[in-house]
Design a protein around this ligand. Structure first.
Ligand SMILES: Cc1ncc(COP(=O)(O)O)c(C=O)c1O
Length: 373
């Protein structure tokens, strides 16, 4: 009995080991996408390898495969965990950051949360500068993640007291410290060349007709576009990858600097070094209004069961439009950057929607989700 049990156990263990090995072995498209199901080393090992979710409702409606990369499943809850990990790794590799060192960044959002997580797991100190217009909730969250937070007067980028410049000077004053500079540090874009792009390629088995995402630093769009353009040249021939697209929230051309949006985490008044590297690879741009983005927040919740932030839903609205333009049978991929948790007090508040003149954008049958006064 015991012997049989032992033999059964050994066989099962061998099969399990085999299947882990299979999971982790690169497949024909170059990456073991099921790695997330195995054991990873520390928090940083859990960054990336996010699922690619078929948006069933939109896919069925458009006759396309519309797929969203579930970046809200990263340990820090957003796409920026990838950039945070890569800018820290880059500083380590360049010898700028050694044991017990300090990472300094100017950020009001997800990059700070990603960096705070990565720094804790690697034993670095994390210092964050942000405009003092940001909510107490954001400051509290970063502090409870162990970061030192400096809310400073909200002034324009060309003012030396802007939070980014203050972050840079803070790092310069310290020994063994680095200003990670997410906007112009191309290690950010590299994260998406080495992880996001290959994951999308492997998960779709090389069938991607279009990719679209909005830009903050531009790291995601540039990195994914660079990777997909490169491998499609290898696997599909130069002309097959024609339809990468990018989205600005409220303006259509890269040279335009004006405009505003309710959408946090995106919108950029300049071509960053991350974006500048690959700008010529982009095939087009789209304009998605705040009305469309907010409607999509409610539709994603109701129709797809996905509780997503506004930038993700802007991306989904763009992917849907792109799918409609391309016609049936195409595969369109976009990014689900983070969840709605941090924005719920606005996105689902009647007062906020009214103030932003967006209440009318919510379809009548979805008003039941406006649960906050
Ligand atoms: C919620 C959210 N969406 C999208 C982005 C844009 O990503 P990227 O900086 O790679 O352009 C960010 C960046 O901070 C973000 O926080």
């Amino acid at each position: 009995m015991f012997r049989l049990g032992a033999r059964t156990f050994t066989t099962t263990a061998r099969r399990a080991a085999q299947s882990v090995a299979e999971m982790e072995a690169p497949n024909a498209y170059g990456i073991g996408v099921s790695k997330a199901q195995g054991v990873v080393k520390g928090l940083t090992g859990a960054i990336g390898n996010t699922p690619l979710i078929r948006l069933n409702h939109i896919s069925d409606a458009t006759g396309c495969e519309v797929l969203g990369k579930a970046e809200f499943m990263n340990p820090g809850g957003s796409i920026k965990d990838r950039a945070a990990l890569f800018v820290v790794k880059d500083a380590e590799e360049k010898g700028l950051l050694k044991t017990g060192g300090t990472v300094v960044e100017g950020t009001a959002g997800n990059t700070g949360i990603g960096l705070a997580h990565v720094c804790r797991s690697k034993g670095y100190k994390c210092v964050i500068y942000m405009p003092n217009t940001q909510s107490q909730g954001k400051i509290d969250l970063l502090r409870l993640l162990g970061a030192e937070v400096y809310p400073v007067p909200a002034v324009a980028f060309d003012n030396p007291e802007n939070y980014n410049h203050q972050a840079k000077r803070h790092a310069e004053r310290l020994e063994n410290a680095v200003w990670t500079n997410q906007f112009d540090n191309i290690a950010n874009r590299q994260a998406h060349i080495e992880t996001t792009g290959p994951e999308i390629w492997a998960q779709t088995k090389g069938k991607v007709d279009a990719f679209t995402c909005a830009t903050g630093t531009g790291g995601t769009l540039a990195g994914v576009t660079r990777y997909l353009k490169t491998v499609s040249d290898v696997f599909l021939g130069g002309s097959s990858w024609k339809r990468a697209a990018f989205v600005y929230p409220v303006w259509g051309k890269l040279t335009e600097r004006a405009g505003s949006s309710i959408t946090e985490g995106i919108g950029q008044g300049r071509v960053t070094d991350n974006l500048g590297q690959d700008i010529d690879l982009l095939d087009g741009s789209m304009h998605i209004s705040d009305e469309k983005s907010i409607e999509q927040v409610y539709r994603c919740l109701d129709e797809e069961g996905l509780y997503l932030g506004a930038s993700s839903c802007l991306n989904v609205a763009a992917a849907k439009e792109l799918a409609e333009n391309l016609g049936k049978g195409h595969t369109v991929v976009t990014m689900l950057c983070d969840g709605a948790y941090r924005y719920a007090d606005r996105l689902f508040s009647k007062k906020w929607l009214t103030e932003k003149k967006l209440l009318g954008a919510i379809p009548k049958h979805l008003e039941k989700y406006i649960v906050l006064p």
